[in-house]
Design a protein around this ligand. Structure first.
Ligand code: HEM
Length: 382
């Protein structure tokens, strides 16, 4: 893995941050849906594919990914740009965006499948979460391509697309990764994570599909989707708490634990929508503030130093990891409070969440652009 090129990962991380910050200065001629796609389709989609490609060799005990597979996140980036235009009302972009996105997701899934087949012994069960997450993305993009021609079903297919993407694609990738990333970041072992990943993917998958169908066509099923998702989440929280305890709230882990708490908050808020206690329009800002932002802050805090200094640990990498974890607890609290405010209909939650994001950007610049006295590092590492 040592000779893995570092620049593509850093590129995707940079694009994600810039896309996310577009929330702070939305262009006046962009609709809310176009801004959502700047964050999700231009920012998160290529980064998630790149992260999946980065982790697959570890999950399948195989060599570094070939350069050619990095075309998949690049194609996803182009698809994301077109999706932004489609969501801004230029509907002619729906089919090119969906086709390119489907191509990128399929190429990644097929490559993963080949790696899994060649793996000595069974691949790590985390791979299955990624494979199904890609399946959800494929169905979500297909549904939007169908909506463009089957216009009577536009609203239903749009809701289906939204839920499959957020819960199935982003949710399954995130929860599958956090089961392993939280113990790694917290420096504790969680021997049960393997078993949970092997058993619980089906509840997350069924929960995502049922939530998407209920959002599109069968409202009364929504509670079932939430109950199914509650099974893996409860087991995960119990398992992590037993093994990690206070380490879950250390500076290095707080943002990742905060993202998990934010995902649960989002589920609880969804259950309150039918009771009229939470407004459905606040769900997407809640997803961003309480879940996606702390997730990206915590995951980039772990991954960027690995991508920038691949191979064996160096003092520069350790320093970057420490810098990126600065005030992790406070930032996690900011995101969570912002999420609670958004769920309660208080619009001030959004600027608060953006403050947390701006803080991440400053830490990234501090950690990567000024890594410290590198001459000492080379002396220390040699
Ligand atoms: C790449 C191909 C994609 C296309 C062509 C596409 C297209 C669209 C369109 C046309 C809408 C309806 C916009 C409206 O209501 O006016 C929509 C909504 C939505 N899509 Fe996508 N999308 C794509 C990818 C994604 C991805 C990857 C995600 C998330 C990871 C996503 C999440 C959403 C969300 C959350 C909404 C609701 C937006 C809102 O109400 O603000 N989409 N999409």
């Amino acid at each position: 893995m040592d000779n893995r090129p570092a620049w593509p990962w850093i590129l995707f991380a940079g694009i994600t941050l810039i896309a996310f910050l577009s929330l702070a200065h939305p262009l006046p001629n962009l609709s809310a849906a176009a801004i959502s796609h700047a964050v999700l389709a231009v920012g998160a989609l290529p980064l998630i594919l790149a992260a999946m490609i980065y982790f697959t060799p570890t999950l399948t005990r195989s060599g570094p990914p070939p350069r050619s597979i990095l075309l998949a996140p690049l194609a996803a980036l182009a698809a994301g740009g077109m999706a932004m235009m489609a969501a801004n009302g230029s509907l002619i972009w729906i089919h090119p965006a969906a086709t390119l996105g489907i191509g990128a997701a399929l190429a990644t899934a097929l490559w993963m499948g080949r790696r899994a087949k060649r793996c000595l012994g069974a691949p790590h069960p985390g791979l299955r979460w990624y494979q199904w997450a890609l399946g959800m993305l494929l169905a979500a993009l297909l549904s939007m391509a169908m909506a463009a021609v089957w216009t009577e079903q536009w609203q239903a297919l749009r809701s289906f697309h939204l839920h499959l993407n957020l819960l199935g694609f982003v949710g399954m990738t995130a929860i599958g990764t956090l089961q392993v990333l939280i113990p790694t970041a917290g420096g504790f072992s969680d021997p049960d994570a393997h078993r949970r990943l092997a058993l619980d993917w089906k509840y997350a998958l069924a929960g995502s599909i049922i939530s998407a169908i209920s959002a599109g066509w069968l409202r009364p099923l929504s509670a079932l989707g939430l109950i199914l998702w509650a099974i893996p989440l409860t087991r995960m929280v119990r398992g992590l708490w037993r093994q990690g305890g206070a380490a879950l709230w250390a500076s290095e882990t707080a943002l990742l634990s905060g993202a998990l708490a934010g995902f649960i908050l989002m589920m609880v808020a969804s259950a309150m929508i039918p009771l009229g206690l939470v407004n459905a329009d606040d769900s997407l800002p809640l997803f961003f503030s309480a879940f996606l932002f702390p997730l990206v802050s915590g995951a980039l805090g772990r991954l960027l130093p690995m991508w920038r200094w691949p191979g064996p640990s160096t003092p520069a990498r350790e320093r970057a990891l420490k810098r990126l974890a600065t005030a992790g607890r406070l930032r996690a609290l900011i995101f969570f409070c912002a999420g609670v405010m958004v769920a309660m209909g208080n619009p001030q939650g959004i600027p608060l969440a953006l403050l947390g994001l701006a803080w991440l950007l400053l830490l990234v610049l501090w950690s990567l652009i000024t890594p410290g006295p590198t001459h000492t590092d080379s002396a220390e590492t040699t």
